[in-house]
Design a protein around this ligand. Sequence first.
Ligand code: AMP
Length: 185
Amino acid sequence: MPLTLVILGRQGSGKGTQAALVAEHYGVIHISTGDMLRAAVDAGTELGLRAQAVMDAGDLVGDDIMIGIVRERLGAADIQAHGVLLDGFPRTTAQADALAHILGGSGPDVAVNLDVPIAEVTQRMLTRGRADDTEETIARRLELYEAETAPLLDWFEQRGRLAVVDGLGTEDEVFARLCRIIDDI
Ligand code: AMP
């Protein structure tokens, strides 16, 4: 199997931008489970109908459903040939266990945590000025992220697969830091 990467990072950390750059540079397929679910909602599929209410409530879609979706996607020929950058998955330790099982061995080659302090991401989100970005909703989303992600950081750390990258600086600077980690694999 070619490169298997996971990217973790708070909302506003620049994760989406960096994920696209990494996928392009290393020729791996960028899989965002949030995008997959939103596409299912837009298409009105059975999955979309089930996921919509959960997503609207800001909750997590069930592990069984998510693991099923990702297992099927990872089995496809493009990913088998080119490798993958997972964005938004795993979100729970059950998903991380399943991912390790699907990939074999101890899981992905590396999980990179794109680290940007809470004060900085809050400022970034406030200045982008989206209607749903008030200080309260931002704080709530960040709190949820912290609660769901902290155990995952431990999970990857315990298996020697966690890398932390400083997400402060220009796009180019952050990308260069990511490349140093990935080139080292
Ligand atoms: P995201 O775009 O990654 O923030 O995902 C948007 C929403 O989709 C999340 O708030 C969850 O409701 C759902 N979602 C995405 N990925 C997962 C996952 N791995 N496990 C559970 N729910 C997910």
